[in-house]
Design a protein around this ligand. Structure first.
Ligand SMILES: Cc1cc2nc3c(=O)[nH]c(=O)nc-3n(C[C@H](O)[C@H](O)[C@H](O)COP(=O)(O)O)c2cc1C
Length: 312
């Protein structure tokens, strides 16, 4: 029988699947439903220093092969998610979870880091450097100088396990440059990838965009993102220090997709668009499909094939 247990840094998880930040994780009720699902762990909605209402609706749409969204980081504020995480760890000792946070400007990041450092939170923190959907705000991790400055400021105050959520990169020189920066900091993980930023979808019946914010531009997820996600996980696995783990995100709609992200080096696999469109049942379906794929290949544990992609 195949086991889906996994590890990331010093942490162990009963199942390799988790939600992707932003999907089914904004409120306590949603987070509790994730906790009661087969997912091995969960991550909160990206929290900012102050609560945010986000962008005007409609701001999310299901497409033929995935989703488009321009949510604009609606969230209940970092204090809400820290309080939830503290309560969670009291109720569920030994079940580590992730906080996701983002600054609206670079100077917010050390403030967020200090808040979490000063809290009782014992899990892992994902600093989101890649939200494509806040009007007027660039995706930080496409600006390498700002990325380095933010990491330096975070790690001046932050001593707990930390990671960064990255946007997709498309050029091998970018992978080299970003990995060189990341390897200089005591990161426990990266999460790759966030949505493909600023896609556009047009309704053939009405010639209009699918969502309202930013003239219809939005982050693309689902099957459209899979080859890019595989490439990003693989490229970073080849370049990052061995002690930096990877959460593989992007384009996972079947157990086979998850298997391929693990072949590229993922320690955990997170579900965004498919969780948004199929609901929590996706964890059960994908777990069983991944077990079948492993059985077909003769594997009983994820460690046997993690990172073992074959090339010609
Ligand atoms: C509705 C929605 C909201 C999202 N909000 C966030 C967020 O708050 N923080 C974040 O890091 N990523 C956010 N994302 C990106 C996802 O976490 C994920 O990286 C992306 O959707 C790619 O995965 P997928 O192909 O499985 O959808 C959001 C995605 C969707 C669809």
């Amino acid at each position: 029988m195949a086991s889906l247990t996994t590890t990331l840094g010093d942490y162990a998880f009963q199942n390799v699947f988790m939600n992707a930040s932003g999907v089914h994780c904004q409120t306590e009720a949603e987070l509790d439903q994730l906790a009661a699902s087969p997912a091995g762990t969960l991550v909160t909605k990206t929290g900012t220093l102050e609560a945010r209402a986000g962008n005007p609706e409609p701001r999310f749409a299901q497409l033929a092969l995935g989703t488009i969204n321009s949510m604009g980081l609606p969230n209940l504020g970092i204090d809400y998610y820290i309080a939830y995480a503290e309560r969670f760890q009291e109720k569920h000792p030994g079940r580590p979870i992730f906080l996701s946070v983002a600054g609206m400007k670079p100077d917010d990041f050390p403030l967020l880091a200090q808040k979490i450092q000063d809290s009782g939170f014992t899990g892992l923190t994902e600093f989101n450097l890649s939200c494509p959907n806040v009007p007027g705000k660039p995706q930080i991790a496409y600006d390498f100088d700002t990325t380095e400055a933010i990491l330096a400021a975070i790690f001046k105050v932050f001593k707990k396990p930390a990671g960064v959520k990255l946007p997709p990169y498309f050029d091998l020189a970018q992978f080299d440059q970003v990995a060189a920066i990341l390897n200089r900091y005591p990161l426990t993980l990266i999460n790759s990838i966030n949505s493909l930023g600023n896609g556009l979808w047009i309704d053939p019946a009405t010639d209009t965009t699918a969502i309202k914010p930013k003239g219809g531009f939005g982050g693309i997820g689902g099957q459209y993102a899979k080859p890019i996600a595989l490439a990003n996980v693989r490229a970073f696995r080849q370049r990052l220090r061995g002690d930096i783990s990877i959460i593989g995100t992007g384009g996972v709609t079947t157990g086979r997709d998850a298997y391929e992200l693990i072949l590229c080096g993922a320690n955990l696999v997170s579900l965004g668009s498919i969780l948004a469109t199929e609901g929590l049942g996706a964890f059960t379906r994908l777990s069983s499909e991944l077990e079948s794929e492993m059985a077909k290949k003769g594997y009983t544990s994820l460690a046997e094939f993690r990172g073992q992609l074959k090339t010609l």
